[in-house]
Each structure stands twice: as structure tokens, then as C-alpha cells.
Design a protein around this ligand. Structure first.
Ligand code: 13P
Length: 210
């Protein structure tokens, strides 16, 4: 896909997330890998009103080369790209239900959301840990995210929100949407007798859909 088409797609997907309430105010940021660097949303921008020409462009070493000042969460995105060579895009949101799970103290921090539905497993994978709280923009989160990202496509940052990677921009956005829905189901089913997918069903999904 050309860089122009990538810029247009990023702006469209971001506006769609914003329109459906996955992001409010200036929360959230999105990045995508290019052949020779990255595009990332500018700091303090609203995902609802991005300008394709003003997206921040980073070189292959994540140095800002043009466009508006980049998101303060470049470290968060860099952690995924360096830990996961297959990551082509990263989406960070403060989406309500995933963030609610990230605020719970009585969940399994290694994997708080169990395999409730096939699409959660297919898009997000087998494991998604909760990492400890870091102040937004704190570079100290980078090594912690990078370590977790070696065997997780997504993480929850405690009291902050989800960070989700995907092979493509569309994959990363779809995964962030599935994660938000799974978190919503998880909270909705709290206290009920849930039927989870079993190990064989999860294995089958990952074998079939990758
Ligand atoms: P930026 O506006 O710098 O991208 O930060 C928004 C955010 O979501 C912080 O976590």
C-alpha cells in the first residue's frame, strides 16, 4: 500500500473508532510501519479529526522527521515494533471496558480476560497480560511492554488502557475492537457461570486462523 493510501486509511479508521466511542477527547494514538519508518498520530490530536498530511513521520530509528509533534507514547509503540517483527501497526486506546478491566485488582494479571469468544482468540491471541501502572509518556514502560510483547499481541496498562498490535493497520484496529468487546462481555458476565472455550478449541482457532 502506498504511503498516501496508508495515511488515508489511518485517518478513516481513527475517525471510525472515535465516532463509535472507542476514543474520547485526545485519548489514544495509532502508528503504522512504513518501508522506511513509521507514521504516528500527533500528540494531543483527536482521533476523530486527524489530517493525513500532518501525521507525524518517524524514521526507522523512531526519530521525528516531519509532520506534527508525535504522540508522547512513541516508546509504547516502539516496544511492540522491536519485540514483534510481525507487527505492522499499533493501536492504543482508553476504550471504556478494556480500561475498566485494567483497573481491576482481583483479576489474573497474567491473563485477565479468558477465552470467551472465537474472535477474541483469533484477533488478540491466547494471552494478554496487565502491566503495572506507568504515567502516560513514561519511557520506563518500554522495556516492560517489549518483554510482554514477545509472546502477546496486546497488553493492558494498569489504570490506563489497552495497547494492541496487528500485522496491518486494519488488523490492529480490528483487534482493539475485539478486545474492547471481550472486556465488555467479561464484565457483563461477572458473577455468572460462564462457558469458556477449552484448550482444544483455542488451539484449533490459533492453528486455523494464525
Ligand atoms: P498523545 O496525545 O501524546 O498521543 O497521548 C494520548 C494518550 O492516549 C496517552 O496515553
Amino acid at each position: 500500500m502506498s504511503e498516501d493510501a496508508t495515511r488515508t486509511l489511518l485517518v478513516e479508521l481513527a475517525a471510525s473508532l472515535f465516532a463509535r466511542g472507542f476514543s474520547v477527547g485526545s485519548a489514544g494514538n495509532i502508528s503504522v510501519r512504513l518501508a522506511d519508518g513509521y507514521l504516528i498520530t500527533p500528540t494531543n490530536s483527536s482521533l476523530g479529526r486527524l489530517d493525513p498530511a500532518r501525521l507525524s513521520r518517524l524514521d526507522a530509528n523512531f526519530a521525528h522527521v516531519d509532520g506534527d509533534k508525535p504522540s508522547k507514547e512513541v516508546f509504547m509503540h516502539r516496544a511492540f515494533y522491536t519485540a514483534r517483527p510481525d507487527a505492522g501497526a499499533v493501536v492504543h486506546l482508553h476504550s471504556t471496558h478494556a480500561t475498566a478491566v485494567a483497573c481491576l485488582d482481583d483479576v489474573d494479571a497474567a491473563n485477565p480476560i479468558p477465552p470467551l469468544t472465537p474472535y477474541f482468540v483469533m484477533r488478540v491471541g491466547r494471552r494478554m497480560p496487565v502491566l503495572r501502572y506507568y504515567r502516560p509518556g513514561d519511557a520506563a514502560m518500554e522495556p516492560a511492554i517489549a518483554e510482554a510483547a514477545r509472546d502477546a499481541r496486546a497488553v493492558l496498562l494498569a489504570n490506563h488502557g489497552p495497547v494492541v498490535s496487528g500485522k496491518t493497520l486494519t488488523d490492529a484496529v480490528y483487534a482493539a475492537e475485539e478486545l474492547e468487546e471481550a472486556a465488555r462481555l467479561f464484565l457483563l458476565l461477572h458473577g455468572r457461570h460462564r462457558r469458556l472455550l477449552d484448550e482444544a478449541q483455542v488451539d484449533d482457532l490459533l492453528r486455523t486462523f494464525g
